[in-house]
Design a protein around this ligand. Structure first.
Ligand code: PBG
Length: 309
């Protein structure tokens, strides 16, 4: 029996590549399934001004999730990084997490240079507060230029000479088939990734047991544990991908199967950095403990200062 599976997603080049990947995975693990793409235009896609003015952080994901809640689609495909932690999760849905992609940010420089070799005044395009804070602290001589738009739009700015370089996610470049344009993979110690970086999330209706069974082979236990820890932290800090929060959960190499979550909260210019890290068996407990450590250090005030700026 054929089973139609409607996948809601934005229709940017990166999002379309993600949908194509998911369709391939679904038909590979279930040849009777017929996946179908339900493109969703979000407020974030239509608006080119400051994101805060279209509902900010959730502008991309909530419209896509709505398609599943309304029954227009079966799966809402998101980048976990874009799912805000300061809005309630809609009742009646859950997220499945496939294997995680690379979490690194990369430099894309017009002439192939590396971050440490860039002369003063080099114009680097990025609008992510997390990247701005880390870069301002580590490389204060560079000029940060706000850029918005899809990854392919941003890459166009480097080629047109509007900026000299960009900081982008390696996972996104890979999905666009443009990984070769990265000129340096930046170590996670120097540019800690966003919570949820490189992670896709498949949001489905909780009562859709057939789909849950069908997608089970695509879910990844380690990715799920990391995503749970990182999302617990993001929720506890009421954060989102436009907040200067970085963090990364990784499995420990010991036999216990524990997970380690490292996280940092920055002031907008990176002059204040709070750091915390915990290891343990339960992702939610670890995420909550790291949040409490950061809050005890003043994370809420540091984040409030970035909301005002
Ligand atoms: N903020 C947009 C966004 N959301 C997810 C990715 C990249 C892929 C990922 O990390 O999942 C990107 C592009 C970027 O930050 O360069």
């Amino acid at each position: 029996m054929t089973q139609h599976i409607r996948i809601a997603s934005r229709a940017s080049a990166m999002a379309t590549a993600q949908v194509n990947w998911l369709m391939g995975q679904i038909t590979r693990t279930n040849p009777a399934a017929v996946p179908e793409f339900v493109p969703v235009t979000t407020a974030g896609d239509r608006w080119t001004g400051p994101l805060a003015e279209v509902g900010g952080k959730g502008a991309f994901t909530s419209a896509v999730a709505q398609a599943v809640l309304d029954g227009r689609a079966d799966i809402a495909l998101h980048c976990a990084k874009d799912m805000p932690g300061d809005e309630p999760e809609p009742d009646g849905t859950l997220c499945l997490y496939p294997r995680r992609d690379d979490v690194h940010d990369v430099l894309v420089h017009r002439a192939g240079r590396k971050l440490d070799d860039l002369p003063a005044g080099t114009r680097i395009g990025t609008s992510a507060p997390r990247r701005i804070a880390q870069l301002s602290a580590s490389h204060p001589h560079l000029t940060i230029v706000p850029v918005r738009g899809n990854a392919d739009t941003r890459l166009g700015l480097v080629h047109a000479g509007d900026v000299d370089a960009l900081i982008l996610a390696l996972a996104g470049l890979r999905r666009l088939g443009r990984e070769a344009e990265a000129t340096e993979i930046i170590d996670t110690d120097r540019m800690m990734p966003a919570l949820g970086a490189g992670q896709l999330a498949l949001q489905i209706r909780t009562d859709d047991q057939d789909l849950l069974d069908l997608l089970a082979p695509l879910t990844d236990a380690a990715a799920t544990r990391a995503a749970l820890a990182e999302r617990t932290l993001l929720r506890a800090l009421a954060g989102h991908c436009h907040a200067p929060i970085a963090g990364h959960a990784t499995p420990t190499t010991d036999a216990a199967g524990d997970l380690h979550l490292a996280a940092r909260v920055y002031s907008p210019d990176g002059s204040v950095m709070l750091a915390a890290g915990r290891t343990g068996p339960d992702p939610q407990t670890v995420g909550e403990a790291v949040a409490q450590d950061l809050i005890a250090q003043g994370a809420n005030d540091v984040l409030a200062s970035s909301r005002r700026s």
